[in-house]
Design a protein around this ligand. Structure first.
Ligand code: ZN
Ligand code: ZN
Length: 152
């Protein structure tokens, strides 16, 4: 299923983002976003002003942090889109029980079944030649045409 693929890729991206968010990058157990935060602090700004190396590292941390946030965001969007698509396609996919016909609405499917597969319907009237494509239609037929007969 393509929709499941979207959800899974979203979940994987989200997982990478969470990992990137929590994974310690040095002995002090800092994660990248923590390092980025430190770089943005007053002390970090001061360090960057004095050392080009710190400035370079801080810049890298900033890009990695944005990357992590970006991955997480894309992951969340993919999961939401995947769920919405799956939900919608479940609502809309009405496949004929007798052939590969896919209807866009319940009414269309009912019409298709009555047109093409009426002979396959199990809902046959026991008192005349009438065939209903659904139980409800046959029930209505009994009530209209044979109200005094036994149903089935
Ligand atoms: Zn059909
Ligand atoms: Zn009948």
């Amino acid at each position: 299923m393509a929709n499941t693929g979207v959800i899974v890729s979203g979940a994987i991206l989200l997982g990478i983002a969470i990992l990137g968010f929590l994974y310690p990058i040095n002995d002090m157990g800092w994660s990248v976003p923590q390092a980025h935060e430190l770089c943005s602090s007053g002390l970090g700004q001061l360090g960057q002003a004095f050392s080009g190396d710190i400035q370079k590292i801080c810049l890298e941390f900033r890009y990695i942090t944005y990357g992590i946030y970006g991955l997480g965001l894309i992951g969340i969007i993919l999961v939401i889109v995947g769920v919405v698509i799956t939900h919608k396609s479940k609502e809309k996919t009405l496949t004929c029980a007798y052939c590969n016909f896919v209807a866009m609405s319940e009414t269309e499917l009912l019409k298709h079944s009555s047109d093409k597969h009426l002979d396959k319907s199990p809902y046959k009237c026991g008192h005349c030649d009438f065939i209903g494509i659904t139980e409800e239609i046959l029930w209505n037929h009994y009530n209209d045409e044979h109200p005094n007969e036994k149903k089935w």
